[in-house]
Design a protein around this ligand. Structure first.
Ligand SMILES: Cc1ncc(COP(=O)(O)O)c(C=O)c1O
Length: 393
């Protein structure tokens, strides 16, 4: 038997799961298959579960700091896996990446300032910008020849014309699955330097990269980028720990770091929960082999979906993911309005996906699938979709 059994299905209903337990409240069919929010249907590595149990046995959960060895675990992970050398002083821990991005928006921009995002993109980016009374400035990614690209002229023009102070980069990109090349990152980063725009690089998906591609940490490209960026990382996607709320933000520039920390104190935030830190350390220390096996499994899931769509649902187009466990599928040939497509997916196919327009207007006609699930669940999803599509003809 394989060392890790990703085929095993763990029932998640009635576990307080956002992914599984919100369906009735949202009026979705009881048997809807959730493939939306980005957490996985796999158990975290055993080393994480054991570390949490071990810590729980102590039975005292007072205010806590990171356990001994926490930073070393992160340092080794980023050096070995991403060829990036982090220093202890750079690290600011936070309860989540979105929370920390919101802090960065408040700390590094003023009300009314422009914040650049690249839609279609992870929807909380726009949300935290708007909710903090800053202006989202969108440089759309361009969909051409089956993949998404940056329009660098538009990127520069948008920065120049809109008083942009901060760029929220999604790297690798959710939902379009791009793993930006070093050259692309360098071009974007150089434009930002030229116009004094700070880069908030959300690299939460950095560990999910398929063979043939390589994640480049933005700050590792050159010293000027290191001093002009905040790198948002977390073990929560990689090891399925989202409910433990732990993220690690690296801010090499002391001035930016101080502003960020001041904003954190202003919001009354101090220590984090102990279990998130325990889990984070255990995962980075002992979860490497599990992750490697997971990546092979996810690669096979992508292949399964690709083959299924090609042979049985050729009217739909998979945007080939270079990274992440989220796939972006083009449904536009079905000729439905956004609302019709939503109804079709939820009530005809009985699938719970993320509709494309959540990620920006340019997502119209697309849907995002979370394929981090046992193959049997993915197969069920594809067959539901096929049945629904065939029932239209
Ligand atoms: C790009 C990106 N950033 C951040 C998050 C969420 O991070 P957190 O749960 O730490 O706020 C997600 C989750 O899907 C994501 O895709």
């Amino acid at each position: 038997m394989a060392a890790f059994d990703f085929d095993k299905i763990y029932p998640r209903k009635n576990t307080g799961s956002v992914k599984y337990d919100l369906a009735p409240a949202l009026g979705l069919p009881e048997d809807v298959l959730p493939m939306w929010v980005a957490d996985m249907d796999f158990r975290s590595p055993e080393c994480v579960v054991e570390a949490i149990i071990e810590r729980a046995k102590h039975g005292i959960f007072g205010y806590s700091e990171a356990p001994k060895g926490y930073f070393e675990a992160l340092e080794t992970w980023y050096r070995v896996r991403h060829n990036w050398h982090v220093q202890p002083a750079w690290l600011v821990k936070a309860s989540g990446v979105v929370y920390a991005i919101a802090q960065a928006v408040r700390a590094l921009t003023e009300k009314g300032d422009g914040v650049l995002i690249q839609e279609p993109v992870y929807y909380p980016f726009r949300d935290v910008v708007e909710k903090n009374d800053r202006k989202p400035v969108v440089s759309e990614l361009v969909y051409k020849n089956g993949a998404y690209h940056v329009d660098f002229d538009d990127f520069e023009r948008k920065i120049r014309d809109n008083n942009v102070r901060l760029f929220i980069l999604c790297s690798p990109h959710n939902p379009v699955g791009r793993v930006w090349t070093k050259e692309e990152l360098e071009r974007m980063g150089d434009i930002c330097l030229r116009y004094g725009v700070i880069v908030a690089s959300d690299e939460i998906h950095a560990d999910f990269v398929y063979p043939g591609y390589r994640h480049t940490v933005f700050a590792a490209i050159k010293q000027e980028f290191e001093q002009n960026s905040l790198i948002f990382t977390a073990p929560t996607k990689t090891f399925n720990l989202a409910g433990l709320h732990i993220s690690n933000i690296f801010i090499p520039n002391p001035k930016l770091r101080e502003k960020f920390q001041t904003e954190t104190s202003r919001s009354g935030m101090s220590q984090l929960g102990i279990m998130g830190m325990v889990a984070c350390q255990a995962a980075y220390e002992g979860g490497g082999a599990w992750l490697d096996a997971l990546m092979a499994y996810l690669g096979d899931n992508v292949a399964y979906m690709r083959d299924f769509l090609r042979t049985r649902l050729p009217e739909l187009t998979l945007i080939e993911p270079e990274g992440t466990y989220l796939t972006w599928v083009d449904f536009r040939t079905l000729g439905m309005t956004v609302e019709e497509l939503e109804q079709f997916i939820k009530f005809k196919a009985c699938l719970w996906l993320d509709g494309g327009t959540m990620f920006g207007e340019s997502g119209a006609g697309f849907q995002r699938f979370n394929i981090a699930c046992p193959r049997a669940i993915l197969q069920d999803a594809m067959e539901r979709l096929e049945k629904a599509c065939r029932s239209r003809t």
